[in-house]
Design a binder for this molecule. Sequence first.
Ligand code: S3P
Length: 429
Amino acid sequence: MRGRLRVPGDKSISHRSIMLAALADGETQINGFLEGADSLATLAAFRAMGVTIDGPAHGQVRVVGVGMNGLSIPIGPLYMGNSGTSMRLLCGLLSGQRFATTLIGDQSLSRRPMRRVTTPLCKMGARIETTAQGTAPLHIAPAKRLIGIDYPMPVASAQVKSSLLLAGLYADGETCVHEPAPTRDHTERMLATLGYEVRRDGERICVTGGGKLHAAPITVPADISSAAFFLVGAAIAPGSNLTLEQVGINPTRIGIINILRAMGADLRIQRKPDLGAEPVADILIRSAKLNGITIPLEQVPLAIDEFPALFIAAACAEGQTLLTGAEELRVKESDRIAVMAEGLAALGVQSVILPDGIRIEGRGNAAAVFNGGSVHSHDDHRIAMSFAMAGLRAAAPIKILDCANVNTSFPGFATLAARAGLAISEQTR
Ligand code: S3P
């Protein structure tokens, strides 16, 4: 893997840029917006609620904010596709509107747990109905009023935190969320950028309802979660020397850097000027001998989306890698523990599934770590892209099935990966 490249814009920040720009007073120009299906689902939802949005064109979007109470009733249900972030954050935001909405999603999203947001939102006075299993469709009726709560989150989840803070913008008094461990703080940073006061006191984050947002330009950094596949690819492929440009290195997202370094990766960070409230860097990575490690518990929420890629690095390391404290991986776009273990086994790498993690037997000493074979991604974008990188150390071609969802977070992945040196081709049925 060689050269310099820029992966697409950060998915989490792209979602939030549309949501907050729509509620702001004034026009917001967004640059670097991710034109993937997930963030486009958020964009379409706000269009359906009457917000004028131009673009995206080459990552540029212009949003004409309607103010905190300017959204209008959509004609039908809002389709969130595969995107948990869209559904969970919008659930909070829409709890505070004066009209009813219904949120629906694809098969995978319709299986994912929603009570983690609906339970605390209902405590605030929201009126939300889920299925008997606590899944979508979500029917959100207008609340008489929302009242701020002080909520200790049972899981470390930025989606739950953000959902409650967005509802909190519409609530009487103060809404506070306690995080059991730090999670991505893009919502807090962007609220502050648009002039909304957010108070943080240790692990407690609070907003007071009734304020306003003021439009301000937003530039979205490259997504470290998309960069992760290339970081792992370059780390495991002999002779690699790759630079990833303008990557967001928010401290709540850099678990991938910390974990790869702990495994022995040769990785350098060149700081660049911040993009708004978000720190950014070029990341230089060269191949190196990796060692298996026990992944420190505090790194888990900071690398939560990067574990499929990290499991590929672990397979290429010498010795065992042990991950625990990561039960959340079981309720992502797929059960990422089970699905990765299945794919690794299909390619000749042994692992043991644990209730909250996995133990992987590294094959770093083997010239070819992976056998050729066929892997099911179970419609999970990150599983597909992770196994693509396994091709860099495989004895024979790897065929990855069900890859259409790569487009949810990383349109153009195969082209960019091929440009960096991966022998990859796409087939559509
Ligand atoms: C996200 C938060 C994380 C992450 C997801 C995006 C966000 O989910 O896995 O891909 O944008 O807030 P959880 O907060 O549920 O861990």
